[in-house]
Design a protein around this ligand. Structure first.
Ligand SMILES: [Ca+2]
Length: 505
């Protein structure tokens, strides 16, 4: 009965706004950054000086979540969870080797949800995972694909980059001067102007969109690829970080001594890259390149934010900024993402919404909370079940408490971290456990798994970490993907899945 009343009220309000011609619903500017850890000035994760004036300005005018975490520390599973509002353990989308759409063609994603509510929905760059098939045309009214002009020599796999023109390694590669590094692990400056870099072009699309006058609300997504590898950005961004001012991460040599084997195995992935960089004596240069990439991304975000401020829509637009996960630059002997520790899971996350006071909120939140949050902020109606919770109560009062012990980060079936206000609990698929107290140990150096003094807190998180895990969803090899028609054919059944057909409610 209550639901019926709500529907009636929603219809009246929609009718009212149509009659008066008002824009009753706010627009959404949805900004995503790739592989950006907590190295932004407003979060203080970097111990030197990182230049992120635009992100910091957005944070100062909105709510900055200082204890925000990704659903999963890898691109595809994290983004699939954010965009569907469903955790990997619900969907079985655990890694980069699945097409979310081929597995879940009927799922309501954030852009589809806004389209159904009458929004003009457009985007550019990396919002879902960047490889082909992850941005079906039916998710958008218009979308500008990322074509990887920056680094065509890394885009030789036709399955992933069918629209990009592959080229062999150019003269001078690797530009870092370090030979033998893994896929995409290079850095330097490319010989063309800033406006021609891939991310600059994604931003230009967003800027041009914001210059147009229109009736009705919009949802504009703009996803930057930097500071994802390779760290190719214009030279002036490198020049902003003199090598002698680069601060190297704090690393404890014996850090993994009290970590179970499953954790050590996560740390080992791409460790060879770190060893190669150290042997080549290029650690400082690599950290400099990550910082330069952050500041390049920040400058591009500044262009979008400026375009919004100059438009007529600044006061009626919700702006959100998130990064899909963090990154290790040598901490715990690890290089890259894909761990369940703070370095890989803590992310910049800002919501700036009309009518809410600027604040810093230290409650644990997850990016999987974004879908229900945006839904509530825009007054839409969400019927499907979701794994996240609306953060609007925290926008109203950053000290408020959501009724949950913490947020969850999952990586591959059976491995989960829980981050609460104060603690991190990790349980691996083999049952081994880690437990950290951030009040005393912000670097997670001391595994307190056997410390009885805090056993009560540990039990609460252990309880929360016990749940069912979905079977892994179908891998790419189960389908034939045609990038021209944007269809998948399931090999076993012959069923055709059409990425252009309207999504069925
Ligand atoms: Ca990523």
């Amino acid at each position: 009965m209550k639901q019926l009343v709500l529907i009636a009220a929603a219809s009246v309000s929609l009718l009212g706004s149509q009659l008066t011609g008002e824009v009753a619903r706010p627009n959404v500017l949805f900004l995503a950054v790739d592989d950006l850890k907590d190295w932004v000035t407003c979060l203080g994760g970097y111990e030197g000086t990182v230049q992120t004036p635009n992100i910091d300005r957005l944070a100062a005018g909105g709510t900055l979540f200082t204890n925000a975490h990704c659903p999963s520390p890898k691109c595809a599973p994290s983004r699939a969870a954010i965009m569907t509002g469903l955790m990997p353990s619900t969907t079985g989308l655990y890694d980069n080797g699945n097409w979310w759409y081929a597995n879940y063609p009927d799922v309501t994603t954030i852009p589809v949800h806004f389209m159904r509510h009458g929004y003009k929905v457009v985007g550019a760059g990396k919002i879902f995972h960047h490889t082909a098939g992850n941005h079906p045309p039916n998710q958008w009214d218009d979308f500008q694909k990322l074509l990887f002009r920056d680094d065509p020599w890394f885009r030789g796999v036709k399955l992933n980059y069918p629209w990009s023109d592959h080229e062999p390694y150019p003269k001078g590669f690797p530009f870092s001067g370090v030979k033998g590094l893994g896929h995409e692990n290079d850095w330097g400056s490319l010989g063309y102007k800033e406006a021609d870099y891939d991310d600059s072009k994604s931003v230009t699309y967003a800027v041009e969109f914001l210059k147009q006058e229109r009736n009705g609300p919009f949802f504009l997504a703009c996803g930057l690829f930097r500071p994802h590898l390779p760290w190719y950005v214009p030279q002036p961004y490198f020049d902003r970080y003199p090598l002698d001012e680069v601060v190297l991460p704090k690393v404890r040599e014996d850090d993994l001594k009290d970590v179970p084997n499953a954790g050590k195995a996560f740390a080992k992935a791409r460790k060879k890259d770190l060893e190669t960089i150290l042997e080549a004596d290029q650690y400082r240069e690599a950290v400099q390149a990550y910082l330069a990439s952050i500041t390049y991304a920040d400058a591009q975000l500044g262009r979008v934010l400026e375009a919004l401020e100059e438009s007529s829509q600044a006061d009626n637009t919700v702006v959100v900024l998130w990064s899909d996960h963090g990154w290790h630059l040598g901490e715990k002997g690890h290089w890259h993402k894909t761990t369940l520790w703070e370095e890989a899971t803590r992310v910049p996350f800002i919501i700036s919404a009309p009518g809410y006071e600027p604040a810093r909120c230290s409650r644990p939140v997850s990016l999987v909370d974004l879908f229900p949050t945006l839904n509530e902020l825009c007054g839409l109606r969400l019927d499907d079940a979701h794994d996240g919770e609306s953060l609007v109560p925290l926008l109203e009062d950053p000290e408020a408490s959501l009724d949950r012990v913490g947020v969850m980060i999952q990586y591959k079936p059976g491995n989960v971290a829980i981050r609460s206000d104060r603690f991190r609990y990790i349980r691996y698929a083999d049952g081994s456990v880690e437990f950290y107290d951030h009040a005393a140990d912000p670097y997670e150096w001391k595994n307190l798994v056997d410390d009885n003094a805090i056993s009560e807190a540990k039990s609460a998180l252990a309880h929360f970490a016990t749940f069912e895990w979905a079977e892994p969803s179908s891998a790419k090899k189960k389908f034939d993907f045609d990038p021209e028609t944007f269809t998948w054919t399931e090999k076993l059944t012959g069923r055709v899945i059409d990425g252009k057909a309207p999504v069925t409610p």
